[in-house]
Design a protein around this ligand. Structure first.
Ligand code: F3S
Length: 61
């Protein structure tokens, strides 16, 4: 079971998470936000997004 946490205070709006994983992330103005706060199962592309965020704003818990 995996849930996405995204710290908008850390996010610099680079857009990498949205590019890698549009199913789970979208832009909200200059910041990204998760599309769901629900359990996303195995994590899927959200793992890739978390691993590639330059400021480590994405946590999967
Ligand atoms: Fe922000 Fe990181 Fe996504 S900086 S736009 S949360 S890849």
């Amino acid at each position: 079971m995996v849930k996405i946490e995204l710290d908008q205070n850390k996010c610099i709006g680079c857009g990498t998470c949205v590019a890698l994983c549009p199913d789970y992330f979208e832009m909200e103005g200059a910041k990204a936000k998760p599309k769901t706060s629900d359990d996303i199962g195995e994590g899927g592309c959200a793992k890739e997004a978390a691993n590639n965020c330059p400021v480590s704003a994405i946590q999967l818990k």
